[in-house]
Design a protein around this ligand. Structure first.
Ligand SMILES: NC(=O)c1ccc[n+]([C@@H]2O[C@H](COP(=O)([O-])OP(=O)(O)OC[C@H]3O[C@@H](n4cnc5c(N)ncnc54)[C@H](O)[C@@H]3O)[C@@H](O)[C@H]2O)c1
Length: 284
């Protein structure tokens, strides 16, 4: 089983930044690709800010922060990922965009390099079939915030080799995560179970059963959840949440996965949650 040293991350949003930090903390050389130089600078600034906070709270030393940052390079050129042993794609949850990206990565990344996706729901096999190396394609699904959440789902499309899955599991474990292996079905384990709950929370609020504040308070106090469903939807991002529900519904046709109109309208209005400053709640 070949070791993974250099890790590429494509996408510099919420998850791209988190993945880069987690991989660099685990000792990997990391290169993060954003589409623009401004995006590349911004992702490095966000990672630095997060690590500075850790230093301030005395959870890490300044030397440790500097060593982690020294392992992260940012770029706006996909070609910089050529030497990576593993590339994790973490761009917008859109199958056509991801397929085009996998076809491009196929041309760029060295032979033997694993091409993984951080998709929440989309069919990994379709990304595998966009490449000439389907045996080297799998899902490596981190959770948000990536530096804090213990779980990683390793998604096995029917095309993946056992060696690819074993290397993906070893990578997740080296990052300090608990890895579970799951078949390539929309939503995998966590989102297949979580999203009917989130969607039904919107239904409950829409039909006047309770306010969203009451629903959030109830699920925290009554179930011991760290945050309620509306706060969680805002954290995940409402566009990402809608894409997840649409993919689940497309695959299973279960009415619990049919996205509530209120969610679709908020996304249409550009209210995407924390990342845009407003979603179900507003943020400074
Ligand atoms: N947000 C979560 O809680 C969460 C958790 C686990 C996995 N994911 C998955 O991670 C991936 C990224 O989600 P995120 O929350 O970081 O989203 P985000 O909106 O924060 O970031 C999306 C990124 O995609 C880029 N992008 C947009 N259009 C693009 C295009 N046409 N080509 C290339 N790049 C493009 C954006 O510039 C941005 O860097 C998605 O597949 C999502 O399902 C999200």
């Amino acid at each position: 089983m070949a070791d993974i040293y250099e890790v590429g991350v494509v996408g510099s949003g919420i998850m791209g930044a988190g993945l880069a930090e987690v991989a660099a903390r685990a000792g990997h050389e990391v290169v993060v690709r954003s589409r623009t130089t401004a995006g590349a600078d911004d992702v490095l600034a966000r990672i630095t800010k997060g690590l500075d906070r850790q230093v301030k709270k005395e959870k890490m030393t300044a030397d440790e922060r500097d060593a982690i940052l020294a392992r992260i390079r940012v770029t706006d050129h996909l070609g910089q990922l050529a030497t990576c042993d593993l590339v994790i794609e973490s761009v917008v949850e859109d199958l056509e965009i991801k397929k085009a990206l996998f076809a491009e990565l196929e041309q760029i990344v060295k032979p033997g390099g694993i091409l993984a996706t951080n998709t929440s729901t989309l069919p990994v096999v379709e990304l595998a079939m966009a490449t000439q190396r389907p045996e080297l394609v799998c899902g490596i699904h981190f959770f948000n915030p990536a530096s804090m959440m213990k779980l990683v789902e390793i998604v096995r499309p029917v095309t993946a080799s056992d060696d690819t899955i074993a290397r993906a599991v070893a990578f997740a474990e080296r990052c300090g995560k608990d890895a579970v292996t799951v078949e390539d079905r929309a939503g995998f384990i966590v989102n297949a179970l979580l999203f009917p709950y989130l969607n039904n929370a919107i239904r409950l609020s829409e039909n006047g059963t309770a306010s969203m504040e009451s629903i959030d308070t109830a699920m925290q106090g009554g179930c011991g959840f760290p945050m309620g469903p509306f706060a969680l939807l805002d954290l995940v991002g409402l566009d990402t949440s809608l894409a997840i529900l649409d993919a689940l519904y497309a695959e299973f046709r279960d009415p619990n996965y049919a996205a509530m109109p209120a969610l679709r309208r908020k996304v249409a209005a550009g209210q995407l949650g924390r990342k845009s400053g407003a979603g179900f709640y507003t943020y400074d």
